[in-house]
Ligand binder design. Structure first.
Ligand code: NAD
Length: 401
């Protein structure tokens, strides 16, 4: 099997699906690898570094797609800016495609992949089970994003993060409040603690309390014992209106005394919950900073503008999108390891060998044999065939992938 790695063309994308280190391993495992010229440039890898590991270089996307039987990508297929064609129309008919596919964002692209008999695997649908941990690119990208969000806040804050004892007296440490203690939130806590801040964190899933405490942060508890907060796959469920109100009251108390608030709260397949209203922002300290990591799926703060930094009532609100792309070297290295671990499950001795009895294979194979198999949330479609119906209200996809 010859695997192709294209140059990512989605606006602002800097990552690459395979780094040379992983290419070398795949070639040893029996694959041939072809990389589009300049594909790794923004992640710190020149064409020569790929060639040194045994890969061949394609001059452009057309040359690449004409020569490969499988494609590894980072971002969902988009219209090619110079070739006058959509990437989904350029992949070889019947080939393998492994990538983040944003199935909720672009259902028509998934439809196209099915029609072109592409065996497409969606990195965001890889089951979050122990055996698939090495393939969990969502966790990798959340790790990068959680770290970067704290650095952005620290760089913009007019205060130190750590406690300092100086000749000019003692400087109190910054107070950081992290909303949502999933993978990104836990990394934000750890990074804030490493910088010396005093950290509090809140999540509707009580199970995260110990993880939060083990990182040296205080867990803020909301009594929601009358409602089960954990849904399928260990993710959070959407709260009832009454609980949202109680949650906001609790959050209000804590944001008032915080210098930095990092919000990461998300519910799969839904718009992100609004946890910080404009009235709460008004009550915050002048000079405080909010980094809303849920900006791309609607935002956890009412006044967030996705992709922008705004100042409201003296508070800076950052709404970064695709944070992982702001650290392309390590984000690509982690992604490359994740995607090649999945490829090694899908292929044996360099040849595709799909086993649909395998929980991971069937959990993330979204199109195969001319049919769409899964909906945007990874639920099997009845019969796995028929035309792809776009959801009535397209669900937001995960942030920062
Ligand atoms: P996510 O990005 O979907 O959500 C981030 C966090 O926001 C979650 O912790 C969620 O509980 C929280 N949240 C949602 N609504 C909220 C609200 N109203 N108020 C406050 N917090 C709210 O989550 P994620 O980081 O992608 O993953 C979380 C889940 O996935 C966890 O169960 C985690 O253990 C599991 N996971 C499992 C594996 C594995 O087993 N391989 C790997 C990674 C994650």
């Amino acid at each position: 099997m010859r695997i192709g790695v294209p140059l990512e063309i989605a606006p602002g994308e800097t990552r690459v699906a395979l780094v040379p280190e992983t290419v070398g391993r795949l070639i040893k495992a029996g694959f041939e690898v072809m990389v589009e010229s300049h594909a790794g440039e923004r992640a710190g890898h020149a064409d020569a570094a790929y060639q040194a590991t045994g890969a061949t270089i394609a001059a452009g996307a057309r040359e690449l797609y004409a020569a490969v039987t499988g494609v590894l990508k980072v971002r969902e297929p988009v219209a090619h800016p110079t070739l006058g064609a959509h990437e989904a129309d350029l992949f070889p008919e019947g080939s393998l495609l492994v990538s983040f596919l944003a199935p909720a964002k672009s259902p028509e692209v998934i439809e196209k992949l099915a029609a072109r008999r592409i065996s497409a695997f969606s990195m965001e649908l890889v089951p979050r089970i122990t055996r698939a941990q090495g393939m969990d690119a969502l966790s990798s990208m959340s790790t990068v994003a959680g770290y970067k969000a704290v650095l952005m806040a620290a760089a913009g804050l007019g205060k130190f993060f750590p406690l300092l004892m100086t000749a000019a007296g003692t400087i109190a440490p910054a107070r950081v409040f992290v909303l949502g203690a999933g993978v990104a939130g836990l990394q934000a806590i750890a990074t804030s603690r490493r910088l010396g801040a005093v950290v509090e964190a809140f999540d509707v899933r009580p199970a995260v309390r110990e993880e939060v405490q083990s990182l040296g942060a205080t867990f803020v508890q909301l009594d929601l014992t009358d409602q089960t907060m954990v849904g399928a796959g260990g993710y959070a469920k959407e709260l009832s209106a009454d609980h949202v109100q109680r949650e906001r009251e609790l959050i209000h108390k804590h944001v008032k005394s915080s210098d930095v608030v990092i919000t990461t709260a998300m519910v799969p397949g839904r718009k992100a919950p609004v946890l910080i209203t404009e009235a709460m922002v008004k009550d915050m300290r002048r000079g405080a900073t909010i980094v809303d990591m849920a900006a791309e799926t609607g935002g956890n703060c009412e006044v967030t503008e996705p992709g922008a930094t705004v100042t409201k009532h003296g508070v800076t609100i950052m709404g970064p999108v695709n944070l992982a792309a702001s650290m392309p070297e390590h984000a690509s290295q982690m992604y490359s390891r994740n995607i090649s671990a999945l490829l090694n499950l899908l292929a044996k001795q360099g040849e595709l060998a799909l086993d649909f009895d395998d929980e991971i294979t069937k959990g993330c194979c979204i199109t195969h044999g001319g049919r769409r198999l899964l909906d945007a949330t990874g639920k099997p479609l009845a019969g796995g065939d028929g035309p792809v119906a776009a959801p009535a209200t397209p669900a937001p996809s995960k942030v920062g992938v």
